[in-house]
Design a protein around this ligand. Structure first.
Ligand code: NAP
Length: 307
């Protein structure tokens, strides 16, 4: 029987592991299908406090993991297939074995939705990004493209005009899903150029190891053309990693965990941390803060139960 199991090994999970391990709770971290979380997909992180020169995203999460292991956290490179959250102890099916735990911290994150272009994944961190706040700064006076027609795309396009010489917003339809105010703001921004009824068919150039352009197609006329860009931001939504918990814990209509205050969820002894609950901030530092909160709540819960 475990005291604390943490699902997810991004900033939220690793920070929860550091706190739980230092509280002598010997946490088990189930690393998940994207070990290291979203930071493992980035290059330099310049906004995590404490690193004046910036730090590589994968190094930052690896350091957090080592810090947690130093205090006794264990890591299991596996994913949760099934979960029983309503009974105590909580049970998790992990790679064919059931694990039992007194408390659970769900820090399984939200994965960025990608377009599925042939070269998209190979260029993540080299011009392809899913986070303007994280990577916009690298595109000062460069040509930037944002894909999507929701609030995220509008917000990212507006934000990126602070840096880029030009921001083109590519959307597959004529109408936007975004709210009126966000559309109006983007339309009023002279640096944003709208490219509608258009899909991206691929991003170049893997042979150079950096984004140099994209192939676009107008779905009304069928016309295809190449367009030079330096930064390619995909803003077509996120998918919270909550599949094993559906029907057992309160989720919002998009599948994010509903917070019941602090790090609490609708299930006793189950706490949330990071992007699996947070659809607003989605930053490394906020996820780490949430991991800390969840670990403190789990620790207090165990103490109150006499463990
Ligand atoms: P979203 O509202 O689901 O919008 C996703 C957009 O991406 C849609 O325009 C969709 O096109 C497009 N898309 C999806 N899959 C695509 C594909 N394979 N190829 C091309 N385009 C694709 O996601 P979101 O913008 O991330 O927003 C998520 C939630 O957060 C929303 O509730 C939003 O209001 C909220 N949010 C709010 C703010 C704010 O208020 N400041 C900021 C960001 C997000 P279609 O429209 O054609 O389906």
């Amino acid at each position: 029987m475990r005291n604390v199991v943490i699902i997810g090994s991004g900033c939220a999970g690793n920070t929860a592991a550091i706190y739980a391990a230092r509280a002598n709770l010997k946490p088990l971290v189930i690393a998940g299908h994207e070990p290291g979380g979203q930071l493992s997909l980035t290059t330099v992180v310049e906004n995590f406090p404490g690193f004046p020169e910036g730090i590589n995203g994968p190094d930052l999460v690896e350091n957090m993991k080592k810090q947690a292991q130093h205090f006794g956290a264990e890591y299991l490179h596996a994913s949760v297939i099934e979960a029983e959250l309503s009974k105590r102890p909580i049970r998790l099916l992990v790679d064919g074995d059931w694990i039992e735990t007194r408390t659970l911290i769900i820090a399984s994150g939200a994965s960025a939705r990608w377009l599925g272009l042939p070269n998209e994944q190979k260029l993540i961190g080299h011009g392809v990004s899913s986070c303007a706040t994280c990577d916009g700064f690298f595109y000062r006076d460069k040509k930037i493209m944002v894909v999507g027609g929701g609030d995220s795309a509008m917000e990212e396009a507006n934000f990126l005009t602070r840096f880029g010489s030009e921001v083109s917003l590519v959307h597959r339809r004529e109408a936007f899903r975004a709210s009126k105010i966000m559309i109006e703001r983007a339309k009023a921004n002279p640096k944003i150029k709208f490219v509608l009824n258009t899909v991206v068919e691929d991003v170049y150039d893997v042979s150079q190891g950096v984004v140099t352009g994209v192939k676009l197609r107008n779905i009304v006329t069928g016309e295809a053309w190449d367009y030079q860009v330096d930064g390619f931001f995909v803003a077509i939504g996120h998918i919270p990693n909550t599949a094993p918990f559906i029907g057992q814990i309160d989720l919002d209509p998009d599948g994010y965990i509903v917070s019941k205050g602090g790090a609490r969820t609708s299930c006793t002894a189950v706490f949330h941390a990071g992007d699996v609950q947070d659809r607003t901030y989605r930053q490394a530092i906020t996820a780490s803060g949430a991991g800390c909160m969840a670990a403190i709540e789990a620790e207090r819960f165990l103490e109150a139960e006499g463990h």
